[in-house]
Write a protein that binds this ligand. Sequence first.
Ligand SMILES: Nc1nc2c(c(=O)[nH]1)N[C@H]1C(S)=C(S)[C@@H](COP(=O)(O)O)O[C@H]1N2
Ligand SMILES: [Mo]
Length: 542
Amino acid sequence: MAKSSRRARVKFLSLAALAGIVSAAVFLAVAELVALLVAREGSPILAIGSFIIDIVPQPFKEFAIATFGEYDKIALLAGLGLGVLVAAVVTGIAQFLRPPLGVIALLIAGALSVAAIVTRAGATPLAALPPIAGTLAGCILLTFLVSRLRRWAALPATEVSGEATDATGQATDQASRDSAAAGGSTRVDRRMFIRVTSIAGASAVLVGIGARVLNTTTSSIAGVRRALKLPAPRSSVAVPEGAELDIEGISPLFTPNSDFYRVDTALTVPSINPETWRLVVDGMVDQRVELTFDDLVGMGLDEYSITLTCVSNEVGGKLLGNAKWLGVPVREVLKMAGVQSGADMVLSRSVDGFTASTPLTSLTDDATDAILAVAMNGEPLPLEHGFPVRMVVPGLYGYVSATKWLTELKVTTFDADEAYWTPRGYSAEAPIKFSSRLDTPRTGTAVAAGPTPVAGVAWAQTVGIERVEVSIDDGEWRPATLSTPVNDDTWVQWFVDWDATPGSHFITVRAVNKNGDLQIQERAPIAPDGSSGWQRTLVQVT
Ligand SMILES: Nc1nc2c(c(=O)[nH]1)N[C@H]1C(S)=C(S)[C@@H](COP(=O)(O)O)O[C@H]1N2
Ligand SMILES: [Mo]
């Protein structure tokens, strides 16, 4: 007896888990559908994902970036999906064993979703609707499915009254107990459970995925961007002869937009129509200034070549890139507002709530090309790189300067205001530590003995690279040949010829900037203000 009843118990608990999963799927699908129809920012999964991004401790975030690299968001969503799955299983089983515990769990999940959604920057009150609709649908389905399942299992209804009124209002405690006694009704309950579970499950998957895909792809902003015509720039970057070396495996002088690294806290790329975009300049200014996109580009566009670097770039890492940007100097916009004395920082804000603290002097200094950029490598900013307007400031890490989807410049002080990353373990101010990187040969790729170019890039934005040196197997430092620099804000390429001999070899690279400073040898982690150290790479020659 014990064996068969245990098997039956496992069967019903599994079915209860399934009911929980299907109810959770319906919860999410209904929410996605309503989000698509009334408030696109109302997706519970994305809001909770964004909430997690904002609250996870900094070492964990570093771990995620180190482990998953640019796939960190996919990893987060996968983890979140797994979490939802486990919670759904528990919910179904709880509702089966102790109704209405599962429903209560769903209500809590719904409340958390609403909280996560409405507290996001830029959320409208309407955005609460999708999770509310999803919660209702999930609760109704869970109540219905589990009540059928309990009668199928011929469990006596508990004292809990929620059981008496299921979704269809068909059965009461008494009726269910009676019908459970009659085997015919048990069959009906079973058929009903299986049918509703499969239909609800299948439609949830279809509707949910469909709505999510539509939500991201029909954001018509991609079309608006494609149709956008920017005025011709007044100037373009002069690329001198010899600026780009012809060496296989070296980083191209200008990083194609499709290869450009991406780092941000945005789980979905903000959709901003340039027609409705506004830049507000406020805070410690003589007059608040509000600019439209046309106002901004009407100030005249110039082209700049600036290498962007992420503070999370490890020694030898890939989190940097170089582009030609079209933009307007930030200082011109600040001048229109009139910066008041006493201010020492500009807090730039994105529509998604991200903020960066940039020292005022980096933005007002005539010698620094800090810009409000609208184009990247000859096209309007790609959506994921900040469309329609972002900041680009030479010499400062992205998190303190390169705000994408820019909407506000608040003139303020470091005392009065804090940016997104400051309370999360990173310095309020963070000039780029100049550095050099080996692009080729790479660790793990077989190098054939014989003449082999050793090549890479080096950057010292605002100062410029004076010299790059390479040492093989810790031997003497050999000066590398540099490409002709485009300007001091742009990385240079470098190479040395190497006669590779069979065996394993260490290649070490270091740079000297135009102030005569040697690249920092001492290793530092990326937090709080950027990595340092000389890249030392082991290569195998055969
Ligand atoms: N709105 C917003 N802007 C942002 C960020 C962000 O998380 N949100 N990240 C910053 C960081 S850390 C970097 S390194 C650069 C990266 O710019 P990219 O993604 O265009 O390469 O954007 C900066 N601007
Ligand atoms: Mo960054």
